[in-house]
Write a protein that binds this ligand. Structure first.
Ligand code: ATP
Length: 313
């Protein structure tokens, strides 16, 4: 497609070692304007390294990064003009206010976005003149997001933007990040929250030990994977392992919390068989839930390992 605009960011065969640690082993992805693309992976997967290479903060051993078609390794200055970033290590002076911080950042650029408009856009107007150290964690994250927009970037890069936020602040930030995408910016973010990746991102790359093991829309990742739905069941009287495992469609029965978690090839068949079995035994259902496959199931299927992060531990 010779006439289509270049992807906001295009990463090709990126490799990065730290001594003997292979942090990136040849990763490829693109993010288009109007798209939220998530790098999802457990701690140490290589997310931050990938983001730092895109931002020109680290030089990869090999590979290419293009931003709006500009070779970011050959022309880092020109590429950086197109990017706004919010990093995990972001910090500001304790007593600086959101207004002062935005004005300060604006002074670095020729055509900055207006401070008033950014305060409004990121719901910071009421806190415009409050000291940084008096802001809540969520307000600080919103300020860092606002600072990423001062140079009117086409690509916005966010490293674990909601780390440590409570559920309300996380939802609020999700709403703002979705608004950024809807305004036509490309958003590249890293996360190790599966629910965040699934609900916020248009596409996800699952990163594991420096490799991308799958890239797709969240729903496609789940539907393409060879993972089974599960039926979680509790019965009034105990249901023995032989009966649970022999129900129609069941390929695996795991005992859990006084009941069974049944992986099945056919949810309807299993539930119908279960009800018949319970009637025949003079038993009855106490609780029943159908669980669709999750991104965690997809990760286990793709890597053969369980998902664990320091935050989850
Ligand atoms: P997290 O979610 O914990 O931030 P991550 O997915 O962002 O992890 P990276 O920080 O990119 O992963 O780390 C990838 C690998 O490279 C890890 O094994 C890490 O220990 C290693 N690593 C990262 N930075 C350095 C460094 N400066 N020196 C040596 N090794 C490093």
């Amino acid at each position: 497609m010779p006439n289509s605009p270049p992807a906001s960011v295009c990463v090709r065969d990126l490799v990065k070692h730290y001594g003997s640690v292979e942090a990136l082993r040849g990763i490829n992805f693109e993010v288009a304007a109007g798209e939220i693309f998530g790098l999802l992976g457990p701690n140490g997967a290589g997310k931050t390294t990938a983001i730092e290479c895109v931002l020109g903060l680290r030089r990869p051993d090999s590979g290419a990064v293009a931003i709006d078609g500009i070779d970011a390794l050959a022309f880092p200055g020109r590429a950086k003009e197109r990017v706004g970033a919010q990093l995990q290590t972001a910090a500001l002076q304790d007593k600086i206010t959101p207004r002062q911080a935005l004005d300060l950042f604006a002074s670095f650029y020729r055509k900055p976005a207006g401070t008033g408009a950014l305060l409004e856009r990121f719901s910071l107007t009421a806190k415009a003149d409050a000291a940084f150290d008096s802001l809540s964690h969520g307000q600080r994250q919103r300020l860092f997001l606002a600072l990423a927009f001062v140079n009117r970037p086409s690509l916005v890069v966010l490293d674990e933007p909601t780390a440590g936020l409570d559920p309300n602040a996380r939802r609020e930030l999700h709403r703002m990040i979705a608004g950024v995408r809807d305004a036509g910016h490309a958003v590249l973010l890293s996360t190790h929250h599966m629910d965040e990746a699934r609900s916020l991102c248009d596409r996800i790359a699952i990163l594991d030990h420096g490799r991308i093991v799958a890239t797709a829309r969240p729903a496609e990742l789940v539907s393409n994977a060879n993972v089974r739905p599960k039926v979680a069941v509790k019965t009034r009287l105990p249901l023995d392992a032989a009966r649970a495992g022999a129900l129609p469609g069941v390929v695996r029965a795991e005992s859990q919390k006084g009941g069974w978690l049944l992986s099945t090839t056919d949810v309807n068949l299993t539930i119908t068989g279960l009800v018949k079995q319970l009637e025949a035994d003079g038993n009855a259902l106490a609780d029943l839930q159908i669980q669709g496959p999750t991104l965690e199931d997809v990760f286990i299927e793709l890597t053969g390992r369980t998902w664990s992060t320091e935050e989850d531990a």
